[in-house]
Design a protein around this ligand. Structure first.
Ligand code: CA
Length: 223
């Protein structure tokens, strides 16, 4: 999933970027509130990790502006402000979850998984469709009961499709999930990953909808 990280502290931001990438997210990192608003208006993110104390524009203002624009993507707020009033203000401004610094990176990635799961309308921790199961906490994928080894990009692409089985995502939307700023994108990489996934999961695991994109069917081949 593609995540926007907004954090002005260089050390913490760097650690978070590394941690989120290790969890197979594509991460764009900005360090002030104005850059965050620009990124949110121009790019398509699965979630935002948002510090509140930011230069140029406060994190709460960024959050209010985002919600005023009817953007519903999940926002996980990070803050050193740990009074109850601050938490209430953050939640009232539209935060979906809240972590007080210092926090554990494992807890942050777990909370993010929960937010992404709920945003995708998948209440169960393990995603299942078309005879495939995908566990975001362990990144294990199984098909027809056997474990399948996927590369990081193959996994990210399958995860995006399995968030909403039956819904097609275009090549451009899938590229948004796979790549952060500065990543080099080959001209047909999505097609190549789809080809690899079909080879590993079966030809029917991912449907091509001509002119629309790709989808994991809701129900798969009967066992
Ligand atoms: Ca800060």
């Amino acid at each position: 999933m593609r995540i926007l990280l907004v954090e002005d502290d260089a050390l913490l931001g760097d650690a978070l970027q590394v941690g989120l990438r290790q969890a197979d997210h594509a991460v764009d990192w900005v360090r002030d509130g104005v850059s965050a608003e620009t990124a949110l208006m121009t790019e398509d993110y699965a979630a935002v990790v948002l510090d509140l104390g930011l230069p140029r524009r406060d994190g709460l203002d960024v959050l209010r502006h985002l919600r005023a624009k009817q953007k519903t993507l999940p926002v996980l707020v990070l803050t050193a402000r740990d009074t109850v009033d601050d938490r209430i203000r953050g939640l009232d401004a539209g935060a979906d979850d809240y972590l007080v610094k210092p926090f554990d990176l494992g807890e942050l990635t777990a909370r993010l998984r929960a937010l992404l799961r709920r945003a995708g309308g998948q209440p169960a921790p393990v995603l299942a469709a078309a005879g495939i199961t995908l566990d975001p906490s362990t990144r294990q994928v199984a098909c027809g009961g056997r474990d399948v080894e996927l590369s990081a990009k193959e996994y990210a692409l399958l995860h995006a499709l399995m968030q909403q089985p039956g819904r097609a995502l275009s090549r451009a939307q899938l590229e948004q999930h796979l790549y952060a700023w500065g990543d080099e994108i080959g001209s047909n990489t999505v097609e190549v990953y789809i080809h690899h996934l079909r080879r590993k999961l079966g030809a029917d695991a991912i449907r091509t909808l001509r002119g629309v994109g790709y989808a994991v069917p809701k129900s798969g081949p009967q066992p």
